[in-house]
Design a binder for this molecule. Sequence first.
Ligand SMILES: [Zn+2]
Length: 160
Amino acid sequence: MITAHLPSGYLLGKVMRVDTRVLMFAAMVGAIFPDLDLLWFYYFDEKAFHHHRYWVHAPGFWLLFSPIIICVLAIWNRYILKVFLTFLIGIYLHIFLDTIAGGIMWLWPFSDRLYELVRVQPTHNHFVLSFIAHWTFWLEIIIWILATFLLFRSKRSSLK
Ligand SMILES: [Zn+2]
């Protein structure tokens, strides 16, 4: 997925019926968080390998790491636990959406093979154009339309 992670986070917040701006923010940040690895990918590793091979895109990392955070927060602060869980669900949403056509290391740390549902063939001279021309890009368009519709609907109802 290239463009629709942020609106997918907004849709996640709506589906979860989050009741505060902080929780909506957590859902949206979680939905884009794994792609922050692109900064490392472009500026430090100089595109040496697929950015989905960084730990932020590995479900196994979050599966191993998050129980520790969850236990600490369950003892320390229940509200921050709720924020973290919303953020974590946003991360998993991101990873699921990337699985459609992007490839995710679902079996890491046992295997570093990338699994995707659909393989986008390089039909254009730039990979972004190949993704935009592929039928899976319609999912991104649908996510954008739904999120925009819900955003305007909630803005209109808040003005009444
Ligand atoms: Zn991603």
